[in-house]
Structures are given as structure tokens and as C-alpha cells.
Design a protein around this ligand. Structure first.
Ligand SMILES: [Zn+2]
Length: 776
């Protein structure tokens, strides 16, 4: 989702259709597109995910085995492949005139097929989950390609095609989601001891999760009952409201323009001034020397960080925090209605609050558990944060900036202080991170730590294997362990703003599964980034350090998808992994970017090959600790506000009742250290929880970060105890647990198997953030 202002960086998208699938299927990672992908996005939201499920995007998780081994050849080109879709050819099939009839026929068939299957559900594995697996896999594979093109080859054709298919997709989604025969068969399966005991633990978990998700989708209400009617009304209304919420934020963002001349813009780089000037032209402001500040993050963020004109910063800041809180785009009534409806929905489903419903499908399980972690992190970071604020204040005084600092000074002074401490600018650092070198380093980690080899498949070999891609810059990789091929992935690294959405994500082409004969279909993944393309033919792509972190992050998701050993597609790889645990594998990989040893070994100037000077290495390592107390508090504030609103708050019935803003202000007394502006209406643009899938789930960022840091600490311990040998052993254990078990085993058990203890130790995260020594 978006990473404007509120998001640290992490985020994900989920694509799935059926409720058995209402679990995380796809995690578009920490840098996800900032724009909702239009129609598809809406389509799947309308399908209605469970309360806790993140934004449902597309039918993607529905995966099943044996397709790769099926002998019949489909006439549908979107289905007629095993591991490698013929992207080159498929791109030519996306015109509405071609694609719409193909998919209409396909979706109609799918609907008919499902109706047929519905008469055959039986209380056995093969008679329930197994029965629809192939159908789900077909939908996933075929529709997944359109979704993929929508992200990386966006065009009017693709959009038109998807728009036309939306109603059918929604309908099919509902049909699969709310099938009573399927639900009843699963219930009976669970209740019949002989058949239930014949299932293995993973199968049992899949059945339980499917039942739970179907229940959350409303299948348990009797057809035509008042509860069912009301539940569906609520669902429909909620999906409209969250769209309106998002649209209001967009409209309010678009509506604001601050046009100034250059003399007001001290402190900004020439490059950014040029961006502001272009921004003015883009918005039709033609007069000479006009610079335009807007509230979209690529403009607002750098402006607040760098403009030394304090009065102008104040003006823009105050406009930003009241965004979407007045007039036609006022989100306050929408927030209240959303909260009230979520509460009603949860009660209908038998939960006390919406937070209980949301947490019931997450690793944290309960509100107190999530709160406890947040409280511990708060205790550890509040004093360091206070110290950081006083350092910032001192620094401000030193450079002649007025103090005490106001809310509109924090970004600015922080950035000036960062430049003062670290000295290196991003462009200089990027010269040491050429893509080929970084990939080499990344694959060395995979091989030395995890014992798998990654190798690029060159053009000749691709031709021999019948592999085509959607763009000439896309690379294809093979992942092997010894002689055995474990997986493949496509790497689409460069930014192409004209056709590719911004952000970075991982997605699945195929999911590992095993058919009745024991044949395994191996997983194939997409790894999508948005770093700069090479500036010229003889120069490599030079990566900003955050691009490097992003690449490691997405590769971490890919690893979990590719190294799974689960045979059932519903729980293999990233499928079925809890929302607050799925970012563990990805964030874990990021740790390697900050390793001095890694930085020394795997970086070098792209022209001379010279290693980074020590000062730069130190700066990159230290950057992770920079103002981390304040950053942690900020995340805690969002998390606590989110939980509070969904666990303890009743929307006001009269003007004397507390408003959502009162509640937020109350919480801010503890978690926001600088003076909060009374007119702050930030909640009106908190899209994560009112327009997206993070409701009563924002804490997941910190939750999974705590686990990923503690996982990395296991490697640090192994290294200090047994050196490289220890790391390899730990790597094997990590691979056999966190990466291999996917969604087939409860995350608590996975964690215990890996770490040897049930609890997570928050010290690792604190230590990595430089918060440990200064905390109590
Ligand atoms: Zn991620």
C-alpha cells in the first residue's frame, strides 16, 4: 500500500479470491505501488475479504498441483503453459477484442464447473479442498498473468480488459467464497473422527483456516436470514466507504497547490526545484518562474525535509494534517461509519470487537498480546527518543534555527542533522552499488548462508527452454540445491514509469504442489523492483542504498516462496502465512545489507572496483540507528491508535462524546514528544486502516520486525560461537523451518522450532536500532 508519511515502508498486497484463500497469498512487499491499481483493486475488495485479510487484489493464491503434468492442452493461451507462460505471445493477446472473449468464456466455464463441483462435495480431503484445487489453480494462473501485466505492462488495453471482466470476477469470487455445500462438507470432515484423523497436520490447518475464512465471509448465516442480509449490506457498504475514504484522500491531496517563486524556496536542490517547476507546468500553472508544492508524498516529503523557509513549511504542514477533514471530502463521518459497521460486523460473527476479529487470524491472536509488544518497545524507545529530540533541538540552535522545535520543524532539522552526521549523499553511495555486483553479493548470501545456488539463465538457454519475457531487461534465474532445481524466478529490476507501477513487490507465477502420483510442480516467482535503469549502454544500473534493501527484502519473500517444502498449494510458500509473520522472511534478508563484512566484500566502485572507504561503510551501518527512537515511537503511535479505535472506541452519538481525534490526541500525549497541533486531523488520511487492509493490524510492522531481528540474532550468535560453520548450520535450520514450512504450520511452532524457544526477544531489534544501550 502507500508509504506516504505514515508508513515506514512495509506493505503488502494480497491477491486471492476464494475464502479458503483468504489468507496471505501475495505480499507486495514493503514498497508497494502508491496507487491503487484501479479496477482490479475494487473488484477484489468487493469480493469481500475477511475482516483481517489484507487488501484483496486478485485471484492469485488459488493454486493447485498437477497442472504442470496435465496431459490435456488448453486452448486458452493464458492457461496453456506449465512453468513459464509465453509472455511475448501473451502480450499480443491482451487487446480487449482478444482477451475479453477468452476470459469471458473461461470465467463462465469456471462458474459452470464450480456449480457442477458443488453437487459433489464430500467430507473428505479429496472431496472438498482437493475437489476445487484444479479450478482454483486455473483461475489463479490465467488471471494472474493479466494482473501481472497490469503491474508491469500497464496500458489502456489491459485496463479496459480488466474493467470489462470485473463483474464476472466479483461474481465468481462470491460464488467460491460463500459456497454452503463446500462449507458443510468441511464442517463434516472436521467432525468425523475417522476422516479427520486421516489428515496430516498441514491439511488440518488448511481445513481450519478455510472454515474460519468462510465463516468470516458470512457463509455461516442461513440463506435469507436477517443476519445474512444485514451482513452482506455491511460488507457492501464497508467496501464502498473504504473506496470513498481513499478517493477523498486523493481528491484532497490533488486539490492543494501552493504556488510560489524561487525566492521562497531556500534550501532546495536544483534538481528538486526543477521537479517543483515541472509540477507547476503539469498542473497548468504557466507563468514564468512558478514553483508548485503539492501534498503528494514525492513532493511533500522532500519539501518538508529540505526547505529552510520555516513559515512556508508551517503553512504546508498545516494544510497536510487537515487533509480530507472538511467539506465534500470530509472523512470524519466516514471514519465513524466504518468503525461502527466494523463493530456490528464483528458482533454478527461472534466477536466482541473488530480488533478481536482481526487478531483472531493473526499470530498475535489477541489484543493484549499485540499491546504488550508495543508497550515493551515503547518503554525501550521513549528515553532514547527524548534524547534524540533534545539532540535535534541542540543542533537546531547551533545552526541558528528557532527552538523549541515545532511539528513542521522535525523533518527539516532531522534531515539537516543527518547530512551533518553522515556527509555522503545518495548519488555518491550509489556508485558502489551496481546491480550486477549487488546481485552477486545477494546470491553469495543465499549460497553461503542458505545453501542454495542462484544462477542467471542466459538468452540461449532461455530459448532452448522456451522461456520468453515481457521486456528485454527482464532476467530469469534458476535456484538449485546440489543437482536439484528448486525454483525459478523472473527479475524485473528497472523503473519504466510509462508502463510499470511504482514500488517493488514479489508475486507468484506457480506455487509448489505435489500431485497424486508424487510429481512435484516447482515454484516460480516474480521479483519486481523499480530502481534506475542503466544510464547508458556501458554503465550498470546504480542503486540507491534503499534500492539495495528493497531488493534484499523482495528476495526474502521469494526465498520463502521458492524454498517451501509444503506439498499443498494452499499452504505452500507464502500462502497461508499469518499477516503479522509474513514479513519476517523478507525483513530478515535486509539485515545482510547492514553487515560490515557484506558491505566490504560485495560492494565496489562501478568504474574502479575500489572498495568503499571506511567512513561510508560506517555511515551506512549507523544510518540504521539514526533517530530510531523517534521512528519507533511514531510507529507505536499509529499502531496504538489503530488498536484503540478498533478495540475500545465507540463512535460519538452526540457532540459531547469523544471524537476519534480526541482519542488520538489523548494517546499522542504519551507517544508524540513534540507539540502536537490541536487541529491535527491525520486520521482523515490514515489510509492503511480506513482505506486498506491494516485495520487492527498496523502493529504487524513492528511485530514482524521484532521476529526478523531476533531471527538474525540467531545468526550473529552462531557466527560468534562457531564462525562460518555455525552460520551454515543456522542457515539450514532457518531454511528447514521459517522458509520451508510456509503456511502449513502455525507460526508459533515454526518460531519455536527455529529459535528453540517460544518467545521472541525484543533486544535484537533494539540493539540493531541502537536503542539497547540507552534503554533501561
Ligand atoms: Zn514485504
Amino acid at each position: 500500500m502507500l508509504r506516504q508519511g505514515i508508513a515506514r515502508i512495509s506493505s503488502r498486497q494480497v491477491r486471492n479470491l476464494t475464502p479458503s484463500v483468504n489468507r496471505i497469498a501475495f505480499n507486495a512487499a514493503k514498497h508497494t505501488p502508491t496507487k491503487a491499481p484501479g479496477i482490479i483493486f475494487q473488484a477484489v475488495r468487493a469480493i469481500g475479504s475477511t475482516a483481517s485479510a489484507p487488501k484483496q487484489l486478485l485471484p492469485k493464491q488459488l493454486v493447485m498441483p498437477s497442472r504442470a503434468f496435465a496431459t490435456q492442452v488448453s486452448e486458452n493461451p493464458f492457461l496453456n503453459w506449465q512453468l513459464f507462460p509465453d509472455f511475448q505471445n501473451l502480450l499480443t493477446q491482451c487487446k480487449p477484442a482478444t482477451a475479453i472473449p477468452i476470459f469471458e468464456k473461461f470465467l463462465d466455464n469456471a462458474e459452470q464447473q464450480f456449480k457442477q463441483l458443488e453437487t459433489n462435495f464430500k467430507p473428505t480431503w479429496e472431496g472438498s479442498i482437493g475437489l476445487v484445487q484444479k479450478l482454483e489453480d486455473d483461475i489463479s494462473r490465467a488471471y494472474g498473468i493479466l494482473a501481472h501485466f497490469n503491474g508491469v505492462k500497464n496500458s489502456d488495453d489491459i485496463r479496459q480488459t480488466l474493467e470489462a471482466l470485473q463483474p464476472k470476477i466479483v461474481k465468481l469470487g462470491l460464488q467460491l467464497n460463500q459456497s454452503l455445500p463446500k462449507y458443510n462438507a468441511l464442517l463434516e470432515l472436521r467432525e468425523t473422527a475417522s476422516s479427520w484423523n486421516a489428515l496430516d497436520a498441514t491439511q488440518k490447518r488448511i481445513v481450519e483456516q478455510t472454515l474460519r475464512d468462510m465463516k468470516h465471509a458470512g457463509v455461516g448465516f442461513a440463506p435469507g436470514s436477517p443476519e445474512k442480509i444485514r451482513f452482506n449490506e455491511i460488507r457492501e457498504r464497508l467496501s464502498k466507504l473504504s473506496l470513498t475514504f481513499g478517493n477523498n484522500v486523493l481528491d484532497a491531496t490533488k486539490a492543494y497547490k501552493e504556488v510560489v517563486d524561487k525566492s521562497h524556496l531556500s534550501g532546495l536542490s536544483d534538481k528538486f526545484l526543477e521537479t517543483l517547476s515541472k509540477n507547476a507546468k503539469r498542473l497548468g500553472i504557466e507563468h514564468e518562474g512558478a514553483y508548485c508544492i503539492t501534498l503528494d508524498f514525492p513532493i511533500y516529503g522532500p519539501f518538508m525535509q529540505n526547505c529552510s523557509n520555516r513559515a512556508l513549511r508551517e503553512k504546508v504542514y498545516l494544510s497536510n494534517i487537515v487533509k480530507a477533514s472538511t467539506g465534500k471530502v470530509n472523512n470524519e463521518p466516514i471514519i465513524n461509519e466504518i468503525l461502527a459497521l466494523r463493530q456490528e460486523e464483528s458482533e454478527l460473527l461472534g466477536y466482541k470487537t473488530y480488533a478481536d476479529l482481526s487478531l483472531s487470524v493473526k499470530m498475535a491472536q489477541s489484543v493484549p498480546a499485540a499491546e504488550e509488544l508495543l508497550d515493551r518497545l515503547f518503554d525501550a524507545s521513549v528515553n532514547p527518543a527524548k534524547a534524540e529530540l533534545s539532540k535535534l533541538t541542540d543542533y537546531a540552535a547551533e545552526i541558528g534555527h528557532p527552538t523549541p522545535l515545532a511539528a513542521w520543524d522535525i523533518s527539516y532539522i532531522s534531515e539537516q542533522y543527518r547530512k551533518h552526521l553522515f556527509k555522503y549523499d545518495e548519488e555518491t553511495i550509489a556508485q558502489y552499488f551496481a546491480l550486477p555486483k549487488v546481485l552477486d553479493g545477494l546470491f553469495t548470501v543465499a549460497s553461503e548462508v542458505l545453501g542454495v545456488d542462484v544462477e542467471e539463465i542466459d538468452a540461449a538457454e532461455q530459448r532452448a527452454m522456451g522461456i520468453t519475457t515481457w521486456h528485454k531487461d527482464v532476467k530469469v534465474f534458476k535456484v538449485t540445491e546440489g543437482e536439484e532445481v528448486r525454483a525459478y524466478f523472473y527479475g524485473d529490476f528497472y523503473s519504466r514509469p510509462e508502463e510499470k507501477r511504482s514500488g517493488a513487490w514479489m508475486d507468484t507465477v506457480t506455487t509448489r504442489s505435489k500431485d497424486k502420483n508424487g510429481s512435484v510442480r516447482i515454484p516460480v516467482a516474480y521479483l519486481i523492483c523499480n530502481q534506475p535503469a542503466p544510464a547508458s549502454a556501458d554503465e550498470p544500473s546504480l542503486m540507491k542504498f534503499r534500492d539495495v534493501e528493497t531488493l534484499f527484502h523482495e528476495f526474502g519473500h521469494c526465498l520463502q516462496h521458492m524454498l517451501t517444502t509444503v506439498d499443498y498449494p494452499q499452504a505452500s510458500g507464502i500462502n497461508g502465512v499469518e499477516w503479522d509473520f509474513v514479513e519476517v522472511a523478507s525483513q530478515f534478508m535486509e539485515n545482510f545489507c547492514n553487515e560490515p563484512e557484506w558491505l566490504n566484500k560485495h560492494t565496489g566502485h562501478y568504474k574502479t572496483g575500489e572498495p568503499m572507504e571506511q567512513g561510508m561503510v560506517d555511515a551506512l551501518i549507523k544510518n540504521r540507528e539514526f533517530l530510531s527512537g523517534l521512528a519507533t515511537l511514531r510507529q507505536i503511535h499509529f499502531s496504538k491508535t489503530d488498536l484503540f479505535l478498533h478495540a475500545y472506541f465507540n463512535p460519538p452519538k452526540s457532540s459531547s462524546d469523544k471524537s476519534v481525534f480526541d482519542v488520538e490526541a489523548e494517546l499522542a500525549k504519551k507517544t508524540v514528544l513534540y507539540p502536537r497541533v490541536p487541529e491535527d486531523r491525520f486520521l482523515c488520511s490514515f489510509s492503511h486502516i480506513f482505506g486498506g487492509g491494516y485495520a487492527a493490524g498496523y502493529y504487524s510492522y513492528k511485530w514482524s520486525e521484532t521476529y526478523s531481528a531476533d531471527a538474525y540474532a540467531a545468526f550473529e550468535e552462531a557466527m560468534s560461537k562457531d564462525g562460518q560453520k555455525g552460520v551454515r548450520e543456522e542457515g539450514k535450520l532457518y531454511r528447514d523451518t521459517v522458509l520451508a514450512l510456509g503456511g502449513g504450520t502455525p507460526p508459533q511452532d515454526v518460531w519455536k522450532m527455529f529459535r528453540g524457544r517460544p518467545e521472541v526477544n525484543i533486544d535484537a531489534l533494539l540493539r540493531h536500532s541502537g536503542l539497547l544501550s540507552t534503554s533501561k
